[in-house]
Ligand binder design. Structure first.
Ligand code: A3P
Length: 291
């Protein structure tokens, strides 16, 4: 069974999430809560695992006590699957939470309490590529159809959680008004230790170099892929069917080059320029020495 998308305040959300919009909107953040915000397929789980390792001072065992989606609850899914809202309310402070909501839909209690927000962005081409593969296995979204059709949908924002362009720009334009750290997937890939240091500082912690090295190792793609508490292998199969393809797919910068035709890339670029011409936000679409 495949879900459909329903517009909520102009943003398409899965029909397993949309009916609970009022509860999501009214989510009560508390002072000290830390929110991890991303557009889907931008490396959310990677960032979550880094934040977890930092929270536990590099103690991997403590990060293995539950799957990542229980350790850092996803606020859009509290009404659909465990952990439920009651469990999340009972968590001790500071809580670490995840959302894919665009800036304008983030529950206002996060801003009212000046919660720390870590936003992670990934270049549009790789995000679209990853999302296309993901939507083959994610039952909470409609069938992806052909790549060409999917790319059109991505460009017009007709995918779960809406427009990539509005999402990355929305948080970028507002970041200085809040306690927000804005990170890039490509930067973490290029120099994970330096980006992990930024997160540590942002969270007001101080960890020795050896711990940072351990966090880099434990959150590398190869380690996370075989870590059942981080790789979503325990996630309900009715929502994520990993029989054909795993959640931890490739974890690369530039994999879009294996999917986009030359023509698709030209059309994408033309459209991208129009949508992104008013912003100072810039992305890397490849990294030297990486695919
Ligand atoms: P790919 O589909 O390109 O492989 P999210 O967690 O936001 O759903 O993002 C998933 C994407 O992040 C997938 O991208 C996944 O493979 C990638 N990813 C997960 N863990 C990673 C890691 N440790 N290093 C690099 N990429 C990772």
């Amino acid at each position: 069974m495949r879900s459909q998308l329903i517009l909520v305040e102009g943003v398409p959300l899965s029909d397993i999430i949309a009916p609970h919009w009022q509860e999501i909107h009214n989510f009560q953040a508390r002072p000290g809560d830390v929110l991890i915000a991303t557009y889907p397929k931008s490396g959310t789980t990677w960032l979550q695992e880094m934040v977890e390792m930092i929270r536990h001072n590099g103690d991997l065992e403590k990060c293995q006590q539950a799957p990542i989606y229980e350790r850092i609850p996803f606020i859009e899914l509290l009404q659909c699957m465990p952990p439920d809202a009651e469990t999340v309310n009972a968590l001790p402070s500071p809580r670490y939470l995840k959302t894919h909501l665009p800036y304008q839909l983030v529950p206002s209690s996060f801003w009212d309490h000046n919660c720390k927000v870590i936003y992670l962005a990934r270049n549009a081409r790789d995000a679209a590529t990853s999302y296309y593969h993901f939507d083959h296995i994610a039952k909470l979204h409609p069938e992806p159809g052909s790549w060409d059709q999917y790319l059109q949908r991505f460009m017009s924002g007709n995918v779960g959680w809406g427009s990539w362009y509005d999402h990355v720009k929305g948080f970028w334009e507002e970041k200085d008004k809040h306690d927000m750290l804005y990170l890039f997937y490509e930067d973490i890939k290029q120099d994970p230790a330096s980006e992990i240091r930024k997160i540590i500082r942002f969270l007001g912690k101080d960890l020795p170099d050896a711990t940072i090295e351990k966090i880099v190792h434990c959150t590398s793609f190869s380690q996370m892929k075989k870590n059942a508490m981080a790789n979503y292998s325990t996630f309900p199969k009715e929502i994520l069917d990993q029989s054909q393809q795993t959640f931890m797919r490739k974890g690369q910068v530039g994999d879009w080059k294996n999917l986009f035709t030359v023509r698709q890339n030209e059309l994408f670029e033309e459209d991208y320029r129009k949508k992104m011409n008013q912003t100072t936000l810039k992305f890397k679409v490849s990294i030297k020495g990486m695919s």
